[in-house]
Design a protein around this ligand. Sequence first.
Ligand code: GTP
Ligand code: MG
Length: 140
Amino acid sequence: VERTFVMIKPDGVKRGLVGEIISRFERKGLKIKALKMKWLTREEAEKLYEVHRGKPFFEELVDFITSGPVVAMILEGDSAVEVVRLMIGPTDGRKAPPGTIRGDFALDIGANVIHASDSRESFEREYKVFFSDEEIVGDY
Ligand code: GTP
Ligand code: MG
């Protein structure tokens, strides 16, 4: 089994999509191993998105991700990283296929409802912004 990190962004939380999104992952068969609501500080947001530092959209991205609370979770299942990326769809909501989370709920490249780790290495870095290892539940 593999783990991945998922974060419902402030637009998804404000629009009341938390239940819908978690429900999709549960129905898929992914197991929730940790779950938390949090309003990120600028420092935490910059750490989460440090790979994008210097890009033209970086400031806008940090402003957006700190504009309201987010809901973060660790999901577990076979090929979780790849499966969840397929379920969320491409970055630009206008190009994301219907059936994906962004395809069904987003119409923007910045405000695109959800983030998910793009590799095992990203997962290892990203989950630590939100969770201590003690907050990950044991097998159930
Ligand atoms: P994440 O799961 O959030 O990491 O999205 P991603 O992996 O599909 O995209 P990427 O890592 O390339 O970009 C991270 C986030 O930055 C995106 O989800 C967007 O919210 C934002 N972003 C990326 N490109 C642009 C852009 O051209 N303009 C704006 N405003 N935001 C962007
Ligand atoms: Mg990314």
